[in-house]
Write a protein that binds this ligand. Structure first.
Ligand SMILES: Cc1cc2nc3c(=O)[nH]c(=O)nc-3n(C[C@H](O)[C@H](O)[C@H](O)COP(=O)(O)OP(=O)(O)OC[C@H]3O[C@@H](n4cnc5c(N)ncnc54)[C@H](O)[C@@H]3O)c2cc1C
Length: 382
């Protein structure tokens, strides 16, 4: 059976590594030379981990026999099961869409002003911003507006990033002294409680951690718009301006789009899929990961495993089973030594939570690297 896989992030790569050894004829369309460990980008953007630890070369990861077109897909035709790049047009028996998510720009002006850590390119822009700021701090001629670091969004990405920035600020105060003493970290969140989707006790714990570490946490605060060097905020006490030249958008992600796509295949920005993760009305096309919902990498990996099983069943003439999501085990690092995790009914705080987050990270890393050792084909759940 011929397969075209579009995107080799967490979903696409996992699927390829499962199916290539089983005799499937696979074409991958993926523009990047690197598989990006997105879950590490926050730690990279706050200079805790080097960028190279987040990048794995596909030339070393892809199983033998996979045909790799290193270009972005620009269009696909669900009737023909055909995907186009600028230089190629590929038709196959099945197409697996796995080109992931990108930053959702929900605040007017945020596309042009500020920084994010959702993609590799965005993270590289953050590193360039820090490099320039370090030069200015060294010379003690830094614009004060650069020293107010504002994270917008108190979900998982925003909370984790604010915690990482606490550590970065501490290191820089020690290293540069003088102006670096004026660094402030803000976290702005429009809801009542940080970490929506987590238990309230976890959100409270994260908030206390940040407050203890001198982060200015403002809940019930919505950013209405951004202008160069300034955020316009709306909160319980009315409208207020906040000056900053170092603004991080952690307001969430949205599914990627190709240049040419039929809009009726999506609802609310995400592809409409049935229980088997096939596009509604197009059973030869599968979609998974960040293209079908905003969720965690563990859920993405479950979906990839499921689609791999479905394709084997189809090839062997068996009826595929529907996708049944297993309970997720969310885990989140707050800097290098603390974290949060939910293990069933149990809440893990502090070092225990961080340990679970690190275990999940290492498990994914090791499994991606050594996928061809069948005995290490472990369940990817922290
Ligand atoms: C900053 C951050 C932190 C996160 N932290 C956690 C965490 O702690 N725990 C957790 O469980 N989850 C976390 N997640 C979520 C997790 O990263 C996603 O669930 C997962 O990456 C989704 O996998 P995916 O394969 O759908 O997309 P991705 O992993 O984004 O892969 C998409 C792939 O498609 C490629 N692509 C893009 N456009 C095209 C195109 N036009 N043609 C072909 N290929 C294309 C890209 O190059 C990429 O390789 C985090 C995400 C981010 C952004």
């Amino acid at each position: 059976m011929q397969l075209t896989v579009v995107g080799a992030g967490y979903a696409g790569l996992r699927l390829i590594q499962q199916l290539a050894p089983q005799g499937f004829d696979i074409t991958l369309i993926e523009p990047s030379p690197h598989h990006v460990l997105r879950t590490r980008l926050g730690a990279v953007a706050s200079l805790r981990r080097p960028l190279k630890e987040s990048l794995l070369l596909y030339s070393k990861l892809l199983p033998n026999g996979v045909r790799w077109i290193q270009e972005p897909a620009v269009a696909f035709d669900p009737d023909l099961a055909q995907v186009d790049t600028d230089h190629h047009s590929v038709q196959s028996d099945r197409v697996i869409l796995a080109y992931g998510s990108t930053t959702a720009h929900l605040v007017p002006g945020s596309e042009r002003l500020g920084l994010s850590t959702y993609t590799l390119a965005e993270t590289e822009a953050v590193l360039a911003h820090w490099a320039k700021m370090q030069q200015d701090l060294e010379a003690q001629r830094c614009d004060p507006a650069l020293l107010r670091w504002v994270v917008v969004g108190g979900g998982e990405t925003g909370v984790a990033l604010a915690a990482e920035l606490v550590h970065l600020a501490r290191r820089w105060r020690n290293r540069y002294g003088g102006q670096a003493g004026a660094i402030q970290v803000y976290l702005l969140h429009q809801g009542d409680q940080l970490l929506p989707g987590w238990r309230s006790v976890q959100g409270e714990w994260a908030k206390d951690w940040l407050l203890r570490n001198r982060v200015f946490v403002q809940t019930q605060t919505r950013v209405k718009r951004v202008r160069p060097g300034q955020l316009v905020l709306e909160g319980p006490t009315g409208t207020q301006d906040l000056t900053s030249q170092t603004i991080f958008w952690a307001t969430g992600t949205t599914a990627q789009r190709l240049e040419e796509e039929a809009p009726q295949l999506r609802e609310g920005g995400y592809f409409r899929v049935n229980q088997t993760l096939q596009l509604v009305d197009y059973p030869r096309i599968y979609a998974l990961g960040g293209l079908i919902e905003a969720h965690s990498s563990t859920r993405t990996l479950q979906q990839a495993d499921h689609v791999a099983q479905v394709l084997v069943a189809e090839r062997d003439g068996r009826t595929p089973a529907p996708f049944v999501a297993q309970p997720d085990t969310p885990a989140l690092s707050l800097g290098a030594f603390d974290g949060l995790a939910m293990l069933g009914d149990q809440d893990l705080f502090g070092t225990a939570g961080w340990t679970v987050a690190q275990a999940a990270d290492s498990l994914y890393f090791n499994t991606v690297q050594t996928w061809n050792l069948p005995r290490l084909n472990v369940e990817l759940r922290p």
